[in-house]
Design a protein around this ligand. Structure first.
Ligand code: GDP
Ligand code: MN
Length: 352
């Protein structure tokens, strides 16, 4: 009896009731308040509860189109640049590309040495400026990578081109390109535009112009501006875009397995038709005239992402006696893709 009366006293105690209600309210509020991460640590991925699986992402690559109307179809372009040195002219030209920036992702790879450190500082500052500026100038995303291997070769132009240094140099560049490509290509990438860090002038409509040909691989003609007796002139720069010749094929047959044929050296005449030499100067020349190619240079090069996805990369070793971008051309061909060049469509390399 005493026990029941005690319970009835407690039940009716107003202080207990109020306290209980306040506690209950607090608990409900706690449940309803969304958890906002207050420190970086709380935004780390939470441990998966036992038994649950990581989310599965589905992608239909058929829906990633690569067409002659890339803007109309909102096709994503990945611009990839291996960079030893930061050229302001390259950056200014890049910013002026008229392809919608929200459809463009950028990827850079820089060597781990001092040159890479200097370039990185300038690139970082340039990227921060544009990505925090007006929305229409901002790119969809930017990836900057630092190489994990040494590039030992000197960068002075004459030394760079000495025949014996070529294989080492081109192999290092091939590895840099592969590393960059394999870490940045995404499920939504439709096109990859390779653009060297020392390409200082292109038409602003470069991407649309090249894509309008709707070819698996297409390369403009890379020239260089210079002064001849104080007068502005242009000359061919990149000799790596060519059509195959029987003489070069015969040369290759007599070579050792690791030997590589290089273009543009008088002691190794291949008699390949070079796109650099096929440029027609007279005004009114059709800039969209095509020629089929067997080797391509990578100073500016538009590739349908599927060509890379199918396995065409930049061999850092002798592949059919070809290396790097020329080896890539051969791989694309072995995958049954055709490559084209635009001899009258000029883009310009820096003149050091
Ligand atoms: P060339 O114009 O054909 O003589 O070749 P470059 O020396 O200009 O190299 C082509 C591109 O690759 C340029 O954008 C260079 O900055 C870049 N590059 C060259 N060597 C390396 C390297 O070892 N590592 C990286 N990350 N980029 C490189
Ligand atoms: Mn260059």
């Amino acid at each position: 009896m005493a026990f029941t009366s005690a319970r009835s006293i407690r039940r009716t105690n107003p202080i207990t009731l109020v306290l209980g209600f306040v506690l209950f309210l607090g608990f409900v509020l706690f449940l309803l308040t969304p958890s906002t991460p207050s420190s970086p640590a709380s935004s780390l991925p939470r441990p998966q509860p036992k038994g649950s699986r990581p989310p599965i992402r589905h992608f239909q690559l058929n829906n990633v189109t690569t067409t002659g109307d890339p803007i109309g179809n909102e096709e994503r372009v990945l611009i990839l640049t291996p960079m030893v040195k930061f050229y302001q002219e390259y950056w200014d030209n890049l910013l002026k590309l008229s392809y919608p920036h929200e459809l463009i992702e950028l990827g850079f790879i820089l060597p781990k040495d001092r040159n890479g450190a200097i370039a990185l500082k300038k690139l970082d500052a340039a990227v921060k400026k544009v990505q925090s500026g007006p929305k229409k100038n901002r790119f969809k995303g930017v990836t900057i990578m630092r190489q994990d291997f040494d590039s030992t070769v000197s960068q002075v132009e004459k030394e760079r081109h000495a025949l014996k240094a070529q294989t080492e140099r081109r192999a290092a560049m091939a590895r840099a390109r592969n590393s960059l490509l394999f870490t940045t290509i995404g499920t939504e990438t439709a096109w990859v535009l390779w653009l060297d860090a020392d390409m200082v002038e292109t038409p602003h409509s470069l991407i649309q112009d090249l894509a309008s040909h709707n070819r698996p691989v297409i390369v403009p003609n890379c020239f260089q501006r210079y002064k001849e007796n104080g007068v502005d002139a242009i000359r061919p720069y990149d000799y790596n875009s060519w059509a195959e010749s029987d003489i070069a094929l015969d040369m290759a047959k007599k070579m050792g397995p690791d030997d590589v044929i290089y273009e543009g050296y008088t002691d190794m005449p291949t008699y390949r038709p070079l796109m650099a030499m096929i440029y027609k100067e007279n005004p009114g020349t059709d800039i969209h005239e095509e020629m089929e190619l067997d080797g391509v240079g990578g100073t500016a090069l538009l590739v349908k992402a599927d060509v890379h996805r199918d396995g065409a990369m930049f061999p850092p070793f002798s592949f059919y006696h070809l290396i790097e971008t020329e080896g890539f051309a051969k791989m694309a061909k072995r995958l049954q893709y055709k490559l084209y060049g635009l001899p009258n469509y000029l883009v310009y390399h820096y003149n050091e």
